[in-house]
Design a protein around this ligand. Sequence first.
Ligand SMILES: [Mn+2]
Length: 288
Amino acid sequence: MHLRIIDLDGSVTSQPLFRQKIATGEAQCLSMPDLGPALRLWGTRQAMVAFAERLAQAPSPPGCGVNITFLGSGDFHHLCPLLLTALLEPVTLLHFDNHPDWTRFAPRTHCGAWVNRALELPLVARVVTLGPCSRDLLYPYFKGANLAALRQGRLHLFPWRPPPRRGGSLPAWRCVADDWEPFLDTLLASLPTEAVWVSIDKDVLRPEDAITNWDQGRMPLSALLVALRRIRAARRLLGVDICGEFAPIRHPNLLKRLESWLDQPSLPMAPDLTRNAVTNAAILAVFE
Ligand SMILES: [Mn+2]
């Protein structure tokens, strides 16, 4: 395992486990707090270019073992496609998230739109989104969902349980909570590539297992860990990116402040983050 922390908001480097791993040289830390505000929620063009340049200049991780990258808050999930541009062979992207991150009604480099950018990469054969329960799955057409990618089979999506709803008809999603392990076996046997990349937004987890900046799903940590072990056993896992830390919201940009106020749940400024530390340690243990 090669562990890398991209520090944009202090949310990873403030955790004792990671501080210790950086101090002992077990983790590489790419420190970019100056880019954090311009990249959070969505990236300005300039900040995305600066991020890509610093990523390219960083010492490249060793070729062997799984490369694990922690990104901080889920507000940085749109950096995932920039990590994927370094890939040299076709992969399937297995994406754990409470949200489909597929909207076309947002800036191109938005944390709710990055799956569309990943689908544009020639070496991404398929994206499989696992575990969402959010209201984005209700009337997705009216919320800018990339339904064309679903129809074309480039994108597959499996909610954990049906999203909460008030009236309206339920789309015919295949939910996977009740037969998770047999489902995983079938899924992993059907992937189009031998190599896979995993992208985890911890808001896929129920609130007992993580505290994030977003509304959370209902997947238990144990189910995520089972999936990671099976993925690792069944396919060649090239890398994992993990976001969904909690980072206090302080946007200097007015539009970002407005979006955060409209879309994100209001949380205490300094919640107890023990559960994130426990969850991160459990995820890392799968790869150690
Ligand atoms: Mn996400």
